[in-house]
Design a protein around this ligand. Structure first.
Ligand code: NAD
Length: 424
């Protein structure tokens, strides 16, 4: 399955999608809207050239980015993406969504994002390490535990974070674990971080399903993406009595009306590195996935997946956005008109950054919490944030996405206003 490009699908870029979302929230912000242009411009964007000596002795250059979209509420926070499609426009949009997400959940952070335009699977481990270390040195000008704290995203992982932490520490002459999150546990990482995003999708989904009168017991669930986020969200819904009947990844679309055995599928994926060929389900056409009869849909793969056409086909009552930016604004309007509730990415997948926040706090204190404590604290933060957004949507008679943006933008613009403009 091909990644849909924003430009080819809807004539708009990821950054333009974000700007449209900001336009939609502006009328709700009263006198704070005077400050809203601050959200329409990244505060700071750094483009770096990364020369890399390949294993065969040749030299190649890669382009890397770190964008700090808004730092009004605290240091920047956001992942590092290694992917061949990374460009400034995408990184700007992802950094802006981090600003909104951190504020929607009320974490004391601004929003940032980074990335390198590279296919990480085409590099040897040594090349990947050298690329990461040079990139970290280059963006070392603007990152730091009190300035901007990267984390893993698509194409990066705990190992990459360990290299980043080590490089930053070497350049500063002392070990500074709090400069990145998503690290291995033995290097200051947090228990519960790996499964946190999927868990947050479940927690927010559980709260909204309860309020919207959608029972989870026996509910039919379809999931796009069976990676870190999708597999954990699916597992928790199945544990709560739901039936996961359809799963799509980049290799196949699986369907089983009786419910897919997720333990067996995970074992298959571990040994085959894909879900294709799994014997416990029927393989259906990839577009047929969108017409499967379902109660809850969890997009947990890539951005730009729910187009106008697909929004018309979906039969679910609830969409839980595990992925960042999976729904185009015009598809959002169709889902709304069809009475389908959407729990937006900026709140639905915020479990990951919430536990990243816990990791940073634990690193600062050099005191580490149990997994039970982490899950309980995360559950409370995500539930409170979701309920607040739900109530705001009821008060303003708007979608949950607009409500989440109202809550977030009020917090960001209030901070902006009270800090004032320097120099005045
Ligand atoms: P991952 O790499 O672990 O898994 C991605 C999954 O998507 C894989 O199963 C892959 O096969 C599937 N996929 C890729 N292209 C596809 C396509 N064209 N059609 C169908 N499936 C496709 O990634 P992840 O960490 O699970 O992240 C998934 C999404 O969640 C991304 O949008 C990411 O930005 C977002 N997200 C992740 C986290 C986190 O903590 N991991 C936090 C917040 C948001």
């Amino acid at each position: 399955m091909e990644k849909l490009s924003y430009a080819s699908e809807s004539g708009t870029s990821a950054w333009n999608t974000y700007l449209q979302q900001i336009d939609r929230v502006a009328p709700y912000l009263g006198e704070l809207s005077r400050w809203i242009d601050t959200l329409r411009h990244p505060k700071r964007a750094l483009i770096v050239d990364i020369p890399l000596q390949m294993d065969d002795g040749t030299i190649r250059h890669f382009e890397g980015f770190r964008v700090q979209h808004n730092l009004s509420r605290g240091p920047g926070k956001g992942g590092i993406r290694y992917h061949p499609d990374v460009d400034l426009n995408e990184v700007m949009a992802l950094s802006a969504w981090m600003t909104i997400k951190c504020a929607a959940v009320n974490l004391p952070y601004g929003g940032a994002k980074g990335g390198i335009r590279v296919d990480p699977f085409s590099l040897s481990e040594g090349e990947l390490e050298r690329l990461t270390r040079r990139y970290t040195s280059e963006i070392g000008l603007i990152i730091g535990p009190q300035r901007d704290i990267p984390a893993p995203d698509v194409g990066t992982n705990g190992k990459v974070m360990a290299w980043m932490m080590d490089t930053y520490s070497m350049n500063h002459g002392t070990t500074i674990t709090g400069v990145v999150t998503g690290k291995p546990i033995h290097l200051g990482g947090s228990l519960g971080r790996e499964k946190a995003t999927g868990r947050g999708v479940f927690v927010t989904g559980r709260e909204v399903a309860g309020r919207a009168g959608i029972g989870i017991e026996g509910a039919k669930i379809a999931v796009q993406g069976f990676g870190n986020v999708g597999s954990e969200a699916a597992r928790l819904f199945a544990e709560a009595g739901a039936r996961v009947i359809a799963i799509q990844d980049h290799t196949a679309t699986l369907f089983n009306a009786d419910g897919i055995d997720l333990t067996a599928l995970s074992a298959w994926q571990n040994s085959h590195k894909q879900i294709a060929g799994f014997p416990g389900a029927q393989n259906i056409d990839s577009e047929a996935f969108w017409t499967v009869e379902m109660d809850i849909f969890i997009p947990a793969a890539l951005e730009g997946q729910i187009t106008r056409q697909r929004a018309e086909k979906l039969s679910c009552k609830l969409v839980l956005e595990g992925a960042n930016g999976p729904t185009y604004p015009d598809a959002d309007d169709i889902l709304k008109a069809r009475g389908i509730t959407v729990v937006p990415d900026v709140i639905c997948n915020a479990g990951g950054v919430t536990v990243s926040y816990f990791e940073w706090v634990q690193d600062m204190a050099s005191f580490f919490w149990s997994e039970e404590e982490i899950n309980a604290r995360m559950d409370k933060i995500m539930t409170d944030a979701m309920v607040h957004v739900w109530d705001k949507a009821a008060e303003k008679e708007c979608t949950l996405r607009t409500a989440a943006y109202i809550v977030a933008c009020e917090r960001i613009l209030m901070a902006r206003k009270d800090r004032g403009i320097y120099p005045g």
